[in-house]
Design a protein around this ligand. Structure first.
Ligand code: KIV
Length: 283
């Protein structure tokens, strides 16, 4: 059964870890639901992982809606979070609410996520939460702010920077967020934020103390190999398996070993084959 915000609050209160993974397409979502993942993030990381962009900046609302809809079809009984892409919420409360509404109406996600802990992001969180949409905040290493951070670097590594993140998290909770995701911070910072907040705190590269863990699925199954962050653990070698299968297929097509007509081809009755041969001679 699909979990709701009530279940996630209870899990966080009782110390039952929330399992969170990204997903971008129908098939992957189907396997994630089968495995028992609690929550799927259709992250704008799909720009890099699935669409081959160098950053997440080019991802559009239409991309997000298409991929969230596919994930919804693959995982009808899993809580899905749609990521607000770059410039879909920064301009005004009105645009933010409009785009969050599009997510909810057109792709049936259960919550939306937006990045940043500034006052204007907190205003957007409040505006979206006020219309009844569940919001997940996201602080720490926030890829949409990569230019300002000088790249994809761990955040909160000094006491001042860490306390600033804790304050941002508290403001996001106050603004009405239902959850917060903390990315790329030392474990002690993930712990401090989790202890200070009463909403569920999810972490990616934020240590073991947060209420749940997120990874980019393509990293943890060994599929995306352009780069792998330090905090990723590999649970499978999907890339290796794909390469094995594709290479064997190339070899067999080239050698003629595939297809084997006794196994991989349609047949017709002998008398139809004989008749066909006759007809072929006549043309
Ligand atoms: O887009 C995404 O997948 C994310 C994660 C990196 C946290 O926001």
């Amino acid at each position: 059964m699909k979990k709701s915000i009530i279940d996630f609050r209870r899990m966080a209160a009782e110390g039952e870890k929330i399992v969170y993974l990204t997903g971008y397409d129908y098939l992957t979502a189907k396997y994630e639901e089968r495995a028992g993942v609690d929550m799927i993030l259709v992250g704008d990381s799909l720009g890099m992982v699935t669409l081959g962009h160098e950053t997440t900046y080019p991802v559009t609302m239409d991309d997000m809606i298409a991929h969230c809809s596919a994930v919804r079809r693959g995982a009808p009984n899993t809580f899905i979070v749609g990521d607000m892409p770059y410039m879909s919420y920064q301009i005004s409360d009105e645009e933010a609410v409009f785009n969050a509404g599009r997510f909810t109406k057109e792709s049936l996600v259960d919550a939306i996520k937006l990045e940043g802990g500034t006052d204007s992001v907190c205003e957007r969180i409040k505006a979206i939460a006020d219309v009844g949409i569940l919001v997940m905040g996201h602080i720490g290493l926030t890829p949409q702010f990569a230019a300002q951070m000088g790249g994809y670097k761990a955040q909160g590594k000094s006491a001042d920077a860490a306390i600033e993140l804790v304050k941002q998290a508290m403001k996001i909770e106050e603004a009405g967020a239902a959850f917060i995701l903390v990315e790329g911070v030392p474990a002690v910072v993930g712990k401090a934020i989790t202890e200070k907040l009463s909403i569920p705190v999810l972490g990616i590269g934020a240590g073991s103390y947060t209420d749940g863990q997120l990874l980019i699925y393509a990293d943890m199954v060994g599929y995306y190999d352009d780069f792998t962050p330090k905090f990723v653990k590999k649970y499978a070698d999907v890339g290796g398996e794909l390469l094995k299968g594709f290479t064997a297929y190339c070899e067999e097509v080239r050698s003629g070993a595939f297809p084997d007509d006794s196994k991989h081809a349609y047949v017709i009755a002998d008398e139809e084959a004989a008749e066909l041969e006759k007809l072929l001679k006549e043309i």
